[in-house]
Design a protein around this ligand. Structure first.
Ligand SMILES: Nc1nc2c(ncn2[C@@H]2O[C@H](COP(=O)(O)OP(=O)(O)OP(=O)(O)O)[C@@H](O)[C@H]2O)c(=O)[nH]1
Ligand SMILES: [Mg+2]
Length: 275
């Protein structure tokens, strides 16, 4: 069974700019600050940069050395990371960080590898952040020279919004080829927050048609629906997950929908599975 938190996870040491990135590429508005461990639980956001189809990203709490053994926020975040398909591994390349980007890279890879799902094997993109600050290019050159793994490196400034479109395009492309995976355990994660764009016209409408019959419609749902294709169980699960993230399940429940009720979504009929 597929229990994904998000398509893409943004990971890295504290204060590298993960929350700044998610706020720049999605409607998510998490807290941003120059002290470590500002982010304590994953923030989810939907990246919408047409013509690239939307996908869901999770901004993770910072990782430090020894995390797989419980240091810092410990294995909490690793539990979240295992439920994403592509990792954006973010590194601070500015002089002001006082850190060595390549050493930081190896430490995080080592933490990912120590965790039981061997997360270091997940498709990854290295995001070299803070290109607006001094020291960036020489550090980037040195990093690329040291890097032995075949992982793409994208230089950006999350704060100044430089090269974000390129990063989003490459992320989407990587996602297309990233495998789904099943997990042996199914942690129920309640501690994440979804932020959405606020738009004037209703993007999602959930209505009660009659006893045990409900209808879900609206622009956003229509877009997801026609994009899904429904050719595989994976596509279907993804569609339902996106609806859930958009709050459709909660809305159905609040309108009184019960397990076994019928849900109309455009020209399809689904059964509400809620146990
Ligand atoms: N100059 C510059 N500063 C940045 C950039 N991206 C982030 N910052 C700053 O770096 C600091 C940390 O940013 P956050 O986005 O909170 O970092 P984080 O990785 O989410 O940190 P944790 O949640 O603690 O793991 C903030 O002061 C940001 O304003 C950038 O591209 N350039
Ligand atoms: Mg953060």
């Amino acid at each position: 069974e597929l229990k994904l938190l998000a398509d893409v996870g943004i990971i890295g040491f504290p204060s590298v700019g993960k929350s700044t990135l998610i706020s720049a590429i999605s409607g998510s508005k998490p807290k941003i600050a120059d002290y470590p461990f500002t982010t304590l639980i994953p923030n989810l956001g939907v990246v919408e940069m047409p013509p690239i189809p939307p996908f869901v990203v999770a901004d993770m709490p910072g990782i430090i050395e020894g995390a797989a053994k419980g240091s810092g926020l410990g294995i909490q975040f690793l539990k979240h990371i295992e439920r994403t398909r592509v990792l954006l591994h973010m590194i601070d390349f500015s002089d002001t960080s006082g850190r060595d980007p390549y050493k930081d890279y190896l430490i995080i890879q080592n933490e990912l590898a120590s965790y039981h799902f061997n997360l270091s094997q997940r498709p990854q993109i290295i995001v070299a952040n803070k290109m607006d600050l001094p020291g960036f290019s020489s550090r980037l050159d040195a990093f690329k020279h040291s890097l032995k793994d075949a992982i793409p490196v994208v230089a950006i400034s999350a704060q100044e919004r430089l090269h974000l479109k390129e990063l989003v395009a490459l992320t989407y492309q990587t996602l297309q080829n990233a495998p789904y995976f099943s997990l042996t355990e199914e942690p129920v994660i309640q501690d994440s927050v979804l932020y959405k764009y606020e738009k004037k016209e209703p993007e999602i409408r959930v209505e009660i048609i009659s006893d045990h019959l409900f209808e879900v419609s609206g622009k956003e749902v229509e877009r997801l629906y026609y994009r899904t294709g429904f050719q595989s169980e994976e596509a279907l699960q993804r569609f339902f997950r996106q609806l859930r993230l958009l709050g459709v399940d909660d809305k159905l429940r609040s309108l009184g929908a019960k397990h076994g009720d019928t849900i109309h979504i455009f020209d399809s009929e689904f059964e509400f599975f809620d146990k």
